[in-house]
Design a protein around this ligand. Sequence first.
Ligand code: EPZ
Length: 418
Amino acid sequence: MSEDRIIVEGGKALAGTVRVSGAKNSVLKLMAASLLASGTTTLSNTPRISDVLLMADVLRHLGANVSFDADTITIDTRTLDNYEAPYELVRKMRASTAVLGPLIVRFGEARVAMPGGCQIGSRQMDLHFSGLEAFGVEFENSHGFINARVSDVGLRGREVALGFPSVGATENLMVVAAAARGTTVIENAAREPEICDLARFLTAMGAHIQGQGSPVLTIEGTSSFSAVTGYETIGDRIEAGTFLVAGALGGGPVTVEGFNPEHLRVPLAKLEALGSQLATTEDSVTITHEGSFTPTDIQTLPYPGFPTDLQPQFMVLDALADGMCIITENIFENRFVFADELFRMGATIHIEGHHAIIEGIRRFSGAPVEASDLRAGAALVLAALNAEGSSTISEVRHIYRGYEDLTGKLQGLGASIH
Ligand code: EPZ
C-alpha cells in the first residue's frame, strides 16, 4: 500500500455533497474502552481506515475478538487474556496507548510499548504517568516498555490537575477514574468533542462522569461496567474541515454533512475571515467561495481553540491569500515540516520556530510531493486540487490512516484525482 500514489489534475471546479465518516480520534478510544467490560460491544458509524484496523489487531493480540460489518465494529472481550501491547503494533500507531487505562482497570496491570516520537513531535507521556500515579498506579518503565501495576491498596479517586490539557492523558485518566474507589476531580482536562464522545460511551457502560466538555471533570468510581451495543460514533470534524477547505479551493457550493458544526466553530469563523460564505444546519455546512482569499492569522490551541489537526489544511488557503499572514503552531513542536513540501509547489513561507510567516501566491504549480504525516498528506492533496498542472503525492499510507476513501469522495465533488 505504501507504493500507492495519488495523482491530481488541478484547477477543477468542485461542487456537490460529501458525507464524512465517523471520527478517527474518537472510535480508537471507544474500541480501547470496550476492554473495561466483559461482553460484546458494537460501535456504528466507524471509519474503515488503517488506524482502526491496527487497533483491531491490538485488541486481538490482547485476546478479544473483533469483526467488521459495513460501518459497524463488533468487539467481544470475554476471551481477553493478555495485558501486553507489543512494540511492533504500538510503534505503528501511538493511539495504541489508549489501551493503557483500560488494561490497568481490567487486569490491575499493563505492559504497553513506549510509542516513541513521530514526524510532528516527541509525543511525551509524562502527563499520563503523573496523573495515573496519583490514582495508585506504579510505573517501572524499562526496555522500551511501560510497565504499570496497581498498588495493593487498589485504585483510589483523587484530585489531579493536568499541566497541559492533553487529549490522550485526559482519556486514560478518565477511564481509570471511572473505576477508582471514590471521587475524582480532573482539573485542566481536555475539552475536545472526542473526549465528550468517550465520556458518553463510558456513561453508557455504567460510569458516572460530569463536566465533560469543560476543564473540570468530576467522576464517581464504580466497580462494574457493561458492554454497550449500537453505540454511534460522532462524525469526524477534522475530515469535515478538510473537505470544507476543498470546497473553498474549488469554489463550491460544497455541502459537507454527517458531523456537528458546533465542533468546528473557530475553523468556520476562519473560513469566513478568508472570504468564504457558509450555510450551516445541525449536521452539515455548505461552503461557497468566489474570488481571492483574505490573509488570516491562525494560532492552534487546545479545544475550543483552532485545532492543530487542521493547521496544514488551512495553511494551503493562507498560502494562496492576497498578502501576508502568520500561522502559529502551539501544540506540536514540529508540525511545519509540511511547509517544505508546499515550497515545491511554489509557496513562499518562512518558518521561524512556532511561526510560519506566509506571503500568498496566486496559484500553486503541480509537482511531485511526499506526505510526511496524516494531515500534511491531506493538505498536499488540497494544494494539488488548486495547482496548475498535475501533482503526484507519494507515501499516501499516511493518508489512509485517517481518511476513508479520500480520492473517491473528492471525485464525487468533481476533482480529477486517482
Ligand atoms: C490527539 O493526540 C490526537 N490523536 C491528535 O491527532 C491531535 O493532534 C492531538 O490529540 C491534539 O488535539 C488521537 O486522538 C489519536 P495530546 P494526543 O496528548 O492525545 C504534549 C491526528 O492527526 N504531551 O493532546 O497524543 C504532546 O507532546 C492526530 O489525528 C506531553 O507533553 O495529543 C503534544 O505536544 C495527530 N505530555 C501536546 O501535549 C503528555 O503526557 C498535545 O498532545 C501528553 C502530551
